[in-house]
Design a protein around this ligand. Structure first.
Ligand code: ADP
Ligand code: MG
Length: 248
């Protein structure tokens, strides 16, 4: 089993979108994948898959492990999801130490943890429990300095940083280039996911972009991220007509 925490220093860089779609990509490659929402205060991983009025969520399972079976939602595409609960009272009495047991009982090939941004209690829980850490950032200085701070913390507790994902590339002018990002953070950029209107549409429609449009640039790069995580050199090349409309 591989446990990958999706983390970022700054909020809103694309962790939840990537956690959801990386789970889809790995499941399409034949693996049993469970995506878990560790954003305890503001859970929103379920939205990406259309689960938002779930009865049982991670909060309940953390309080009572017997609820695990009921809290796993199997998406028609095959990914298993443990969403959070949206009610505020579900926050009290949570045993974060139960997280290990939950993950062990999932018996998945991959467990993908969507995390809170920054270095708060929830974010650190995700960092502590993971073997592998995937750092998501945008090509701008504020996101990068926050990412660097988180990387230093991850290094201090000897986590394996798998690499960096540059998301929303091409959104603004004067972006920091891949090579500079690698030099600044000290880790390889595994993929550059472009700003893509299909991602926005997929969040609106609550269908992961890999299902909504598997051929859009963002979907192709998320699939390539799955290949990179598997350690293969294989990469899909975007069709040329898709490339014409993409520049930096
Ligand atoms: P985080 O979990 O890091 O807070 P989210 O995954 O929720 O970030 O993404 C924040 C917003 O950014 C979402 O509304 C999503 O639609 C948008 N977004 C993320 N990645 C992309 C992308 N590659 N192209 C366009 N919009 C994106
Ligand atoms: Mg999020």
């Amino acid at each position: 089993m591989r446990l990958i925490s999706i983390i970022s220093g700054k909020g809103g860089v694309g962790k939840t979108t990537i956690a959801a779609n990386l789970s889809v990509a790995l499941s399409q490659l034949g693996f049993k994948v469970t995506a878990v929402d560790l954003n305890l205060t503001t859970p929103n991983l379920g939205f990406q898959f259309g689960y938002y009025l779930n009865e049982v969520g991670l909060h309940d399972i953390l309080k009572n492990l017997d609820k695990l079976e009921k809290g796993i939602y199997i998406h028609p595409g095959g990914v298993r999801i443990i969403p959070g609960n949206l009610s505020i009272e579900s926050l009290s009495g949570i045993e974060l130490s139960n997280l290990d047991k939950i993950i062990y009982r999932l018996k998945s090939d991959f467990v993908i943890l969507d995390s809170a941004a920054g270095l708060g209690r929830e974010a650190l829980a995700s960092l502590n429990i993971a073997n592998d850490v995937l750092v998501i950032t945008n090509p701008e200085i504020t996101a990068l300095t926050d990412a660097l701070r988180l990387i230093k913390v991850a290094e201090n507790i000897n986590k394996n940083i798998v690499g960096v994902v540059l998301n929303r590339v091409g959104r603004s002018k004067n972006e920091i280039r891949k090579e500079e990002v690698e030099r600044f953070l000290g880790y390889k950029v595994l993929v550059e996911i472009p700003e893509d209107k299909w991602v926005v549409k997929s969040v609106e429609e609550k269908i992961p972009v890999l299902y909504l449009n598997p051929n859009c640039r963002a979907s192709i790069e998320i699939m390539n991220l799955a290949y990179a995580i598997l350690g293969t050199n294989y990469r899909i090349k975007p069709p040329f007509w898709n490339k014409i409309f993409f520049w930096r």
